[in-house]
Design a binder for this molecule. Structure first.
Ligand code: GDP
Ligand code: MG
Length: 362
């Protein structure tokens, strides 16, 4: 089986995906969830050809989704000639297997999609290895149905899973692979720690930019440093942290750290795997929490970012809330508050005020 990720999907037509979300809590945020799943799918270069949503009291034991709705998904898959179905819900190995048998296309869940995006976008050795490790860990308990463990979908359309003995063999190979990667990562972690100690010993204060994905963190970093970090209207354009030294004012030199973006419902494999890069936020002196003020769901996203920070153990640290993209929402409530700033990273609006706030808190 090919493990060369780069050879997959380049120069081919875009793969078509049907999105499915089954809600058991009758929650209001289903629209946000499905929109986010759509962005995630698009970020990995898939064409979304349809969405199916269902409210249910409890999951169907075999398919999660109800049998009737499953028929609807199947029809959509056939009509649109879809290549795969992506569930927003987390799926067990057996459910994936059952669904694939019914739908005759590959079925993946949201976490697999996210992990795949991370694997594709990682740039440093450490980032790549963390992503691969997370994928392996996620794949292991789902091995009975997963056709590949490397890259997004492993094998192509219609490939069936291997037989039992092959499965056992593969399980052992993966377990060994996981151990090897963990060892290598430990080494890389030590290097990172050394680098961090060096930075901590420097008199320069560290300012970490965190926030929901696509909120404008890299753009802000560019505007402040005039550096050229990839800013793209794609989720996860930044996978690995980037650090730049910058003068906010004469003699006020800081280290600015651009971090990976947050999404809601992060798989725990993900949090664990990426803690090393997200850790930058824990060690920073000041945190810039960037919020996309033009997103109607900015309040929910603000909460997601807050929760992730809390999960990471960030506390007792000055946090400046940076409401960004203010150029798109002229009527945004800009009530002055001690730790709030309203900026447009794109148009350089409010950036001086932000710099002053940073100088004040450090
Ligand atoms: P990140 O994922 O948080 O690093 O977000 P990026 O910096 O990559 O920005 C995501 C998208 O939002 C890009 O298309 C940016 O051009 C756009 N963007 C960032 N800041 C602003 C802003 O102040 N105003 C507007 N209108 N767009 C912005
Ligand atoms: Mg970025």
């Amino acid at each position: 089986m090919s493990t060369n990720k780069k050879s997959v999907s380049t120069a081919q037509r875009k793969e078509k995906a049907v999105l499915v979300l089954v809600s058991f809590e009758n929650k209001q945020d289903t629209k946000m969830q499905i929109d986010e799943l759509k962005s995630l799918a698009q970020a990995t270069n898939l064409e979304v050809v349809g969405t199916v949503m269902q409210n249910k009291d409890k999951p169907d034991p075999a398919f999660l989704i109800g049998a009737g709705k499953l028929g609807e998904v199947k029809e959509l898959v056939n009509d649109e000639n879809a290549d795969l179905v992506i569930f927003d819900n987390e799926l067990t190995g057996s459910k994936i297997k059952n669904l694939e048998e019914q739908l005759n296309v590959r079925v993946i869940d949201r976490s697999m999609l996210i992990l795949d995006i991370f694997a594709r976008r990682a740039k440093t050795n450490e980032g790549k290895m963390q992503a691969e490790l997370a994928q392996l860990k996620y794949a292991l308990p789902r091995l009975s149905s997963l056709q590949g463990t490397q890259g997004r979908f492993g094998a192509g359309v219609g490939m069936r899973g291997p037989g039992e003995t092959k499965l056992e063999l593969r399980r052992r190979v993966i377990e060994k692979d996981i151990k090897d990667k963990e060892k290598q990562l430990e080494k890389l972690n030590k290097n990172r720690e050394l680098a961090r100690n060096k930075r901590n010993n420097s008199p320069k204060k560290q300012v970490a930019i965190v926030g929901y994905t696509n909120s404008g963190k890299s753009t802000l970093m560019n505007t402040i440093t005039k550096a050229d970090i990839l800013a793209k209207n794609m989720l996860f354009a930044t996978l690995d942290t980037t650090t730049r030294s910058v003068y906010l004012a004469p003699k006020k030199e800081i280290l600015l750290v651009d971090t990976v973006g947050f999404v809601s419902k992060l798989p725990h494999e993900f949090i664990e795997a990426f803690s090393a890069t997200l850790e930058e936020a824990v060690y920073a002196d000041v945190i810039l929490h960037v919020i996309d003020a033009s997103n109607p769901l900015y309040k929910e996203q603000e909460q997601v970012a807050k929760k992730v920070l809390k999960d990471l153990g960030v506390k007792n640290k000055p946090i400046i809330k940076v409401y960004n993209k203010i150029d798109k929402v002229p009527n945004f409530d800009k009530t002055p508050a001690k730790n709030n700033v309203y900026v447009s990273a794109l148009n350089n609006e409010g950036i001086d005020e932000l710099k002053e706030k940073i100088i004040k808190v450090i």
